[in-house]
Design a protein around this ligand. Structure first.
Ligand code: UFG
Length: 330
């Protein structure tokens, strides 16, 4: 299939491009490089363009005779979405609508959309099933939920076929360390703790120690980026015109912030000093999901179910490339 991966120079997008390419798909990346890295994209496959630029989007879809789109290009920081909602609604909602409309204009009928655990807000049941009512508690979650609704409406009215993948906490790097996680500034827990192990930070701040969880810190479901990439590959094959699929992509196992710190201590041998800080706005206490539906329907199963193997994978990348993609220029 000829696939346009929008946001394919970013963290999850680039790992998915790699997987799609490995199995023989003809993959093109559309990315404005605002947070992505050209070095993460296979040679000659990058179209530099913005989601706001409908003409460039349509051109990319036409020039490469695209059959299906995967959409990763979104802002993804919960705290930033709380302080800068305008940027989040514009990029994540208006940008995605531009993409859907470009697909309609050109006649591209399939899309896989990156959604998020943040659509569930504070769930009634853990592990969260897909039919748990979506009730976001932060602007980031609302932007993703808005596009989930738009997809369902576009499917009914315009016969677009779609898959929504709700990810939990993406982490880890490609097994050969050729690509990995590199955000500036970094806000995610695992890379931040690894920066402490690398001597780049003195300590890790633990945001909130009074949550209703076993050790008082937030619990998350950490899912390896290669497992996410595999889920995209598999779901693409199941998309049908006018129909939608929605799956959680998660391990079903939660780890607290303190447990993640402990795993990093074990893997790196560094003591990882911790300072306790107040809660971070917008953080739900526990997000752990059931992935039974995708396991049953697509035969997908996480290959990195334990936090230690995930941290090992992330550590291999961060210790090999302590400056991330900047090291590619050396
Ligand atoms: N945390 C700390 N210290 C840090 C960084 C994070 O204690 O320096 C805590 C956070 O408060 C949170 C947990 O570690 O409890 C995980 O935080 P991350 O920032 O790594 O990830 P989030 O859970 O906030 O966000 C991730 C994705 C989002 C997605 C969200 C679902 O990055 O895109 O999961 O809630 F929306």
């Amino acid at each position: 299939m000829r696939i346009l991966v929008v946001g394919g120079a970013g963290y999850i997008g680039s790992h998915t491009v790699r997987r799609l390419t490995q199995v023989g798909h003809d993959v093109w990346v559309y990315d404005n490089l605002s947070v992505g890295h050209a070095a993460a994209v296979p040679d000659g496959r990058l179209v530099v363009g913005d989601l706001a630029d409908s003409v460039a989007l349509e051109k990319a879809l036409r020039d490469h005779a695209i059959d299906a789109v995967m959409h990763f290009a979104a802002f993804t920081s919960v705290p930033e979405s709380v302080s800068e909602p305008a940027r989040y609604y514009r990029n994540n909602v208006v940008g995605a609508l531009n993409l859907l409309d470009a697909m309609r204009t050109v006649g591209v009928g399939k899309i896989v959309f990156s959604s998020t655990a943040a659509v569930y807000g504070v769930p009634d049941h853990v592990p969260i099933p897909e039919d748990s009512p979506p009730r976001p508690i932060n602007p980031y979650g609302f932007t993703k939920l808005a596009i989930e609704h738009a997809l369902a409406d576009y499917a009914r009215a315009y016969n677009i076929g779609f898959a929504v993948l709700r990810y939990f906490n993406a982490c880890g790097a490609s097994s050969d360390t050729s690509i990995g996680e590199d955000h500036t500034p970094e806000t995610h827990l695992i890379p931040i703790i690894l920066q402490v192990a690398l001597g780049r930070r003195e300590h890790v701040a633990v945001f909130g120690t009074d949550y209703p969880t076993p050790d008082g810190t937030c619990v998350r479901d950490y899912i390896h980026v290669e497992d996410l990439a595999e889920a995209h590959l598999r779901v693409l094959a199941r998309i049908e015109p006018g129909k939608g699929l929605t799956y959680n992509v998660a391990t079903g196992v939660g780890y607290s912030v303190r447990q993640v710190v402990e795993a990093v201590r074990k893997v790196t041998g560094h003591p990882i000093p911790v300072v306790e800080r107040p809660r971070r706005p917008g953080d739900p206490p526990v997000l752990v999901a059931s992935s039974q539906a995708i396991q049953r329907d697509l035969g997908w199963t996480p290959r990195y179910p334990s936090i230690e193997t995930i941290v090992q994978s992330a550590w291999k990348w961060h210790s090999t490339r302590p400056n991330g993609y900047a090291d590619y220029k050396l």
